[in-house]
Design a binder for this molecule. Sequence first.
Ligand code: G3P
Length: 224
Amino acid sequence: MKLLIDDANLDAIRQLYQFYPIDGVTTNPTILSKAGRPPFDVLREIRAFIGPDADLHVQAVASGAQGMVEDAHRITEQLGENTLVKIPCVPEGFQAMKILVKEGVRVTGTAVYTPMQAYLAARCGAEYAAPYINRIDNMGFDGIAVAKEIQDIFTNNGLSTQILAASFKNSQQVLELCRCGVGASTVSPDVIRSFVNSPAIAAAVDAFAADFERLTGVRSMKEC
Ligand code: G3P
């Protein structure tokens, strides 16, 4: 499972890249609105930081198929041809996906709340389909179960589309999807920071260092 950051804050992205094995960044219009700056300025900075080959998913905003196709062209022209364009899984979105995939544009079907949307995105040639785990939970359904069902649909129909799971509230949801081997999860900085955040872990590491210091008087191998 690839691990991506679902955020546009460059400081947070830099910090998380420093510590963790991160495969890329995803944004959506809401995330970009929080940055409060011209979207392509922010996105170009993210692209420059993560490099030309890392996964960057950026959402088309226009509502009709033609508008989405034009948005996709602008996104790939500004951010590189390998940038994945997120297209909402609505009827006009499927129309746009078919056009874009024929052109060779990489597409992620987004705003996935149902397995049927993911199936249709996959049949349109999307590389990823993005179920919104926590939002599905909040609707009274089981987001993890929906993602597992989508995984079965892809496998049982020989579809090469991968899941890009999104909208997480906690690390357990991410771990559960890791167990299933989904293609990717995109996670907010706060939830990524919670991955390794137990007092027991910090206490164990500190106890090892203290024991070593009692033996040697120093806290590093290079000093003893
Ligand atoms: O891009 C979709 C995903 O980021 C939604 O997450 O936390 O707004 O439900 P959230």
